[in-house]
Design a protein around this ligand. Structure first.
Ligand SMILES: [Zn+2]
Length: 422
């Protein structure tokens, strides 16, 4: 017996070490399989949503490359469910997570420059943003964060249920935390997986609203460069990826001859997930692959983009099965903190030569997105700053002509015309 047991123990130890070193990027596919078993109607309802999505995309094709200026803000509630104090992640870390997803979804991530030239034209500003809910479901002011101490160890570990008990994480009476109205809020639970999964999400259709949302292993929550144990998934992109699923995106790989793949027109066929940090180009199914896509499995630092096609699926979802998020009042107080009208911003001199100066005549809480475009709509400059710190754009390299400076804060967008004449 000993002769047999010893190799098994070595094997188990090796597996444990291996799995400790190789966290599973995402549990979405397993959860989907599990949901299909639990809910026989899921396949039919998924097909109905797919028909709606493809129709919506056809009817709204003009939006794929456009930036309409209509920003959708999704109210988020983060439920921290913890046993040990280290799992009780800070407000600061949670705010950093919201910043990361806002930058990633608005194409303002600082590694946008690393996107290979051939993919730049399909890179999307999804025009989707997120806020920590400022109003709770009963209309009271809120931080958008709940904290629950639980006695249940590894409460997030049960991402497949089969015929067993309900997943405890989603229920107050089982030691977890009840969701806020999932029609109106994106619920994100931050909790401990004792396994190695970084995160999971549910995609539409919503069959169990009380379990609808995203779960992130607390170790991979937020922009946490201080945490060596989170590396290389330390920059908050587990949430970017999982929210992609929540808004009906799938992984971009499938058999090369699969008829549909990920149902997205502009993502190249890709045979396997990419991990680590590959260098461009990587090729499969006779095309160069989008290993840097947020829906791939690459390291956080090496993910950088959604595509226009993925944006369209997400916008369709927000006009369809997740329409309630678009109509939610969960961020209403926050939006009212950004009142400014055309007169609040002065751009001078006009015509300008070397510098375009900007004066904000109103106190605008939070950040302002400033963009400069030429008459053809080509983006020349983009920055995100507080209204107090932003003062000028260098115009020395610009040729003569008409330009447009756009300011955006909250749900307001103002455009000013400026002439460069040297
Ligand atoms: Zn995934």
């Amino acid at each position: 017996m000993k002769k047999i047991i010893l190799p098994i123990l070595i094997l188990l130890a090796a597996v444990a070490i291996l799995s400790a070193q190789n966290p599973q990027r995402c549990g979405f596919d397993e959860l989907l399989e599990d949901r299909k078993e639990r809910f026989p109607e899921l396949v039919r309802k998924t097909n109905e949503i797919e028909d709606f999505t493809q129709n919506w995309i056809t009817q709204n094709a003009f939006k794929a490359n456009a930036r309409e200026g209509e920003i959708i803000t999704i109210p988020v509630v983060v439920h921290v469910v913890y046993t040990k104090e280290e799992e009780n992640i800070s407000d600061l870390l949670i705010q950093s997570q919201i910043e990361v997803i806002n930058e990633d979804f608005r194409m303002m991530n600082n590694n946008v420059q690393s996107i290979p030239e051939e993919f730049k034209s399909i890179t999307a500003d999804t025009e989707i943003e997120f806020c920590l809910a400022s109003l709770s479901p009963d209309g009271l002011p809120s931080t958008g964060i709940t904290r629950t101490k639980t006695d249940v160890e590894c409460i997030a570990d049960i991402f497949t249920v089969k015929d067993g008990p309900k997943p405890r994480l989603f229920y107050d009476h089982l030691g977890g935390k009840d969701a806020w109205d999932t029609d109106s809020y994106l619920n994100i639970w931050a909790a401990d997986y004792c396994g190695t999964v970084l995160g999971i999400a549910t995609s539409p259709p919503v069959l169990t609203p009380e379990e609808d949302g995203v779960v992130i292993n607390y170790k991979y929550f937020g922009n946490n460069c201080e945490s060596a144990s989170s590396y290389p998934y330390h920059l908050g992109r587990t949430a970017t990826h999982e929210i992609g699923h929540y808004l009906n995106l799938f992984h971009p790989w499938s058999d090369c001859d699969s008829p549909e793949g990920d149902f997205v027109e502009d993502t190249p066929w890709q045979e396997e997930p990419y991990e680590g940090c590959p260098s461009h180009p990587q090729n499969s199914c006779n095309s160069n692959d989008l290993f840097m896509n947020f829906m791939n499995y690459t390291d956080d630092a090496c993910m950088s983009m959604f595509t226009n096609g993925q944006k369209m699926r997400m916008l369709a979802t927000l006009d369809g099965p997740r329409k309630g998020l678009k109509e939610s009042t969960g961020c209403i107080l926050l939006q009212e903190k950004f009142p400014f009208d055309d007169d609040a911003i002065v751009v001078y001199p006009n015509p300008a030569q070397h510098c375009i100066h900007i004066d904000f005549n109103a106190t605008i809480d939070g950040d302002v997105i400033v963009e400069l475009k030429d008459a053809m709509g080509k983006l020349i400059f983009r920055d995100i700053e507080s209204s107090r710190s932003f003062r000028s754009i260098d115009a020395n390299a610009l040729s003569n002509g008409v330009y447009f400076v756009t300011f955006e804060a909250g749900k307001r967008r103002i455009t000013k015309k400026v002439l460069i004449a040297k």
